[in-house]
Ligand binder design. Sequence first.
Ligand code: DGT
Ligand code: CA
Ligand code: CA
Ligand code: ZN
Length: 579
Amino acid sequence: MQNRAIAQRFALIADMLEIKGEMIFRINAYRRAARAIEALTEDIAEIAARGELTGIPGIGTGTAEKIEEFLKTGTMKVYEELAASLPPGLAALMSVPEVGPKTALLLHEKLGITTIEGLEAAAKAGKIRELARMGAKTEENILKGIAMLRRSAGRQPLGVVLPVARELVERLRGVAGVQEIDVAGSLRRMKETVGDIDILVTSRKPGDVMEAFVRAPHVAQVLSHGPTRSSVVLEVSLQADMRVVEPAAYGAALQYFTGSKEHNVALRERAVRKGLKVNEYGVWRVKDGKRVAGRTEADVYRAVGVPWIPPELREDQGEIEAAADGRLPTLIELKDIRGDLHMHTKWSDGSESAEAMATSARALGYEYICITDHSRSLKMAGGVQVDELREHAAHIRRSSDRLGIAVLMGTECDILADGSLDYPANVLADLDVVIASVHTRFKMTREAMTRRIIRAMESEHVDILGHPTGRLLGQRDPYEVDVEAIIDAAARTATALEINASPERLDIKDTQVRLAREHGVRLAIGTDAHTSAHLRNMPLGVSVARRGWVEAKDVLNTLPLPKLMEALGRTTGTSRRRR
Ligand code: DGT
Ligand code: CA
Ligand code: CA
Ligand code: ZN
């Protein structure tokens, strides 16, 4: 699939246009197109072959032509021309999280920097602070950005890896002779970033499935090709290993290679105390060397005296003790989710209408959704003015009945620098759901940021704190904030904390989710969809919840609509609040 390559190309074009000071609408057209393509689950070449490119929300005739051109020629003329007109190395500089197009150009023009190493040296030598609008703080942030870039090197976000791995596994499942096949490792545990993909298989014809593996689409390089083990590098710059194991040991191998390593160590210690030995071939009785389990994973756990433990919990965080005591949580599942409470439409920076989002959400089987566009001060994201918001609400109330799904009216209201909200109280009081989020002024002190957010949560109108730490996976660290204080405040003010399911956020993260749950804080899982394809990211949010030991009852949007309204302090959908 060339989806990713095309999306990246569009994002680069947008950055280059920005450097050249092009019109904002032109830049945004490319950014929107890049996002739309990232969100596709289907191969863009197939959509193009059907002549349906402009049917993708966010793709216009101009960007559709560029896609066709890329599919035909492997490049885009506009890209080549822009790249030729700009100094080399700018793209590398822009890959540093703190460096945008304007800064990259400035660094290049004033200091002649063309590489990340050069940038690092200049920051360390204190040369960047001498430039206009830059300071010691900027240098520090650039160094942090470079460190983050290096830290994340070699690991990929779950949301990027999951679709690629699924496609690969489904293809291999279809190979004649294959009996069982699963992913193991961090991917099966749904960890937020994945270092490599581990695949296990049982097959009557191991040679055939190995052959299919090394020849699969999206394999960029074959590292090794053996009878029972092969390794490849995929186009997403990630290694994938596949092992063929005998059926009698499949469960043991799956358990072993799912990890985590720490979980396995703890499980083995428990086994030793029972006179057992666990390895990737089975569970063995020490006194007579007899294999007592290995066929299934459940057998392996049972032999050690505990029930099967969901992979998301296998991090040696007390799950083995909880399992032994019968205290494992009944983890939330995707089917428990009854609606999505966080999404954007054309009214702000989304690409589709509220009706289109509703129709897609209904197809996912949801009972309700809430439209939460950006509030007025967020100009760059098309923030909605008060009178527009009232019109939108009236529009939704009029059209809600014929959509076959309850459409609630809400907002993702900006938390201003002092912790006040971006709409007056009487406007917020008329909405069904108020998400409050920080989108500006990320670089406050920890104390000021914590105070700012807690003040917003103390507003009686705020129901959910959106993407509470502001991080972007592998791109931007969380802002400085006291998450424990936020959790305490959430408990005290009955504000739900969001698990933002957008693949680039996953915010708050698993360990924070667990802490929140232990403090009795309610969670809300929202996709923050900017196009209907993003609504399908809900499973990513559910996996974060599961890794945080969350049950269905801990999550706001598992409630049926009347109960949701009650929890939000409203009587019926689209009515005024009572509290
Ligand atoms: P990753 O790939 O870095 O995201 O993380 P994992 O957990 O997938 O780690 P990986 O791919 O190195 O190994 C897969 C699993 O194999 C790991 O979760 C547990 C198991 N494993 C690997 N090496 C060892 C080891 O030295 N001891 C034990 N007990 N298990 C291991
Ligand atoms: Ca792995
Ligand atoms: Ca591995
Ligand atoms: Zn937001």
